[in-house]
Design a binder for this molecule. Sequence first.
Ligand SMILES: *[C@@H]1O[C@H](CO)[C@@H](O)[C@H](O)[C@H]1NC(C)=O
Ligand SMILES: *[C@@H]1O[C@H](CO)[C@@H](O)[C@H](O)[C@H]1NC(C)=O
Ligand SMILES: *[C@@H]1O[C@H](CO)[C@@H](O)[C@H](O)[C@H]1NC(C)=O
Ligand SMILES: *[C@@H]1O[C@H](CO)[C@@H](O)[C@H](O)[C@H]1NC(C)=O
Ligand SMILES: *[C@@H]1O[C@H](CO)[C@@H](O)[C@H](O)[C@H]1NC(C)=O
Ligand SMILES: *[C@@H]1O[C@H](CO)[C@@H](O)[C@H](O)[C@H]1NC(C)=O
Ligand SMILES: *[C@@H]1O[C@H](CO)[C@@H](O)[C@H](O)[C@H]1NC(C)=O
Ligand SMILES: *[C@@H]1O[C@H](CO)[C@@H](O)[C@H](O)[C@H]1NC(C)=O
Ligand SMILES: *[C@@H]1O[C@H](CO)[C@@H](O)[C@H](O)[C@H]1NC(C)=O
Length: 512
Amino acid sequence: MQPCGTALSCMPAAFLLLHLGLISSMAQQNEFQTGLTGGEVTLNCTGIPPDSQLFQDATVVSWKYSDTLLWRMEKNTRYWKKPSFITGRANIKMQYKQLCVWNLKLSDAGIYTCEYGTHKVHTSLHIFKLTISLDGHFLQNEVPELILIQNSSSPLPDLSIVLFDSDNNRIIPEIKSKSRQKYIVKLKKLEIMDSGTWVCQVHSDSPLINRNISFAVNVLGFQNPDLERKYATVDSTVVLSWHLNSQNIKWKEGFTGQLNWKQQESAKSHKLLDFNVTAQGQLHETKKSNNFLFEIPERKPEGTIEVKLPKVHFNQSGQYQCQLEYQGRYSQSKIELVVMKVSANPAGPLSRGANMTLTCQVSGQLPPNAYLRWERVNGTEMDMKNSKQREVKLEVNISAAGLWSCHLIEDSDKKISFHYHVGKHLKHKNIQLFFVPSLLAATDKKDGTSKTILAGKQDMSVPTVSGDEGTQNGQRLFSRERGWITGGKKLNLSLFGETVQLHFSIFSSYSC
Ligand SMILES: *[C@@H]1O[C@H](CO)[C@@H](O)[C@H](O)[C@H]1NC(C)=O
Ligand SMILES: *[C@@H]1O[C@H](CO)[C@@H](O)[C@H](O)[C@H]1NC(C)=O
Ligand SMILES: *[C@@H]1O[C@H](CO)[C@@H](O)[C@H](O)[C@H]1NC(C)=O
Ligand SMILES: *[C@@H]1O[C@H](CO)[C@@H](O)[C@H](O)[C@H]1NC(C)=O
Ligand SMILES: *[C@@H]1O[C@H](CO)[C@@H](O)[C@H](O)[C@H]1NC(C)=O
Ligand SMILES: *[C@@H]1O[C@H](CO)[C@@H](O)[C@H](O)[C@H]1NC(C)=O
Ligand SMILES: *[C@@H]1O[C@H](CO)[C@@H](O)[C@H](O)[C@H]1NC(C)=O
Ligand SMILES: *[C@@H]1O[C@H](CO)[C@@H](O)[C@H](O)[C@H]1NC(C)=O
Ligand SMILES: *[C@@H]1O[C@H](CO)[C@@H](O)[C@H](O)[C@H]1NC(C)=O
């Protein structure tokens, strides 16, 4: 395909070179034009009458490069010189005898002269070549280099270079090295938002050059920040996700990656999964760890690496690092998982006048502006205790029952809260029940069927009437709690999430 308008048959042929000897009376004109390697230019034979008129005048028209004849027309017979550097990359637009050259090379720079009758039009063709490092394919945080080369048959001008990013923000680049011919400039540390078409604006005063050269920048990476903190309470379900941007930028190359976990900065890293993304954008994941309890969710947004920790343990906190690899280069994004747990000593309801120690603890380090707070709110009254900044453990000695909450506060935002219900003894004489396990029968509230519950522990006791049990974020601490009732043989309690009604057949009791 010839991009420059109508293709003409270019017949290489021998022809006669005529010296007209009219130099003294010639009209001269000088033009200037720039071209880009790989691109095309159309050089004007300025002032030439249209083809129809030339035909009547039988004027001779020729195009030369320096002193080399490229093309000649005489009495409406057209010739191309024998194969030259331009063969196959040029044609003449017949109406105004414009020379069109495509797939430009640096060496095409020079003076092109169009002669018709006594007129000479000289066009100085100035060629630029712009290359971007790594073929324009980068990972986050990489700094591309741009190489600009110029060539001309006249002295090379001193260029000034300004860049415009994909958002059209002006960037003054750092010039790394510079000669008249070759400029190496550094862009900036790339982020995924920098993907798109950039513009290199080249300027010189003499000759006057104002040329915009566009180039493509692709930045592959994670839509997550480099480091994210995620907070969870122990036993809750945690999903950690990393979103790749490969689909948004239509990255047409394959790459691989992995997800690693380590509990602390200095600890050994464990590989949780390997993944790869094909050039067509398909993601494959392979689980790599059997000891670490996690799942790969089946349904998730496209281009997302995800792990699910169904009942997170305190010891599963730490750094989860997702890393991608492309052509031996790496980019990563970390999620720091912080897990919060709460415990009471002694466990169980609070006796009148007694104290209890509540401990709230988070795994791992906290950012400098974070601290823990224990609080109990009852109407307008509030009990509160704050930790020092960055302290990962906060104890509070309490003598009031109610709902105690431990908050992790960062920049005055409550990042996570753990609610702990402290029950209290009833005011009057209480009876504590100790069950003989095999004789404990329960009626299931839902279907009314009776079943026998074999309590696992000899000292297991019954939580009291509604509201006075110790709870952790809504889950009863059944096996560890002791309970009190004021008498009677029936009571309802929540057992493993279901309400059951208990009928006590045999029990021993004591008064306190
Ligand atoms: C070449 O000539 C055409 C037609 O006269 C004009 O529109 C165009 O701007 C000229 N190009 C240059 C580079 O001077
Ligand atoms: C620059 O152009 C000249 C012709 O004008 C050519 O001889 C030379 O090889 C070119 N330089 C480069 C680096 O291509
Ligand atoms: C070059 O690009 C910049 C930024 O997009 C624009 O402001 C300027 O007008 C363009 N200049 C030319 C000569 O096209
Ligand atoms: C991508 O992962 C799948 C599944 O683990 C594997 O079968 C395939 O060979 C991998 N492809 C590449 C290019 O690594
Ligand atoms: C975390 O602790 C639990 C017991 O609480 C244990 O079963 C598990 O193996 C531990 N996991 C790791 C990764 O250390
Ligand atoms: C309970 O704690 C308060 C303050 O923390 C203290 O003054 C009091 O002596 C404690 N009582 C008991 C029984 O430990
Ligand atoms: C809580 O009480 C225990 C035992 O009475 C005591 O050792 C501890 O220092 C107290 N802690 C606070 C924070 O008052
Ligand atoms: C809450 O406050 C009210 C009024 O001050 C008081 O009667 C009640 O005992 C308090 N409840 C708890 C759980 O401390
Ligand atoms: C226990 O549950 C039964 C069935 O839901 C209900 O009829 C009964 O009133 C409940 N008893 C108490 C003390 O809440």
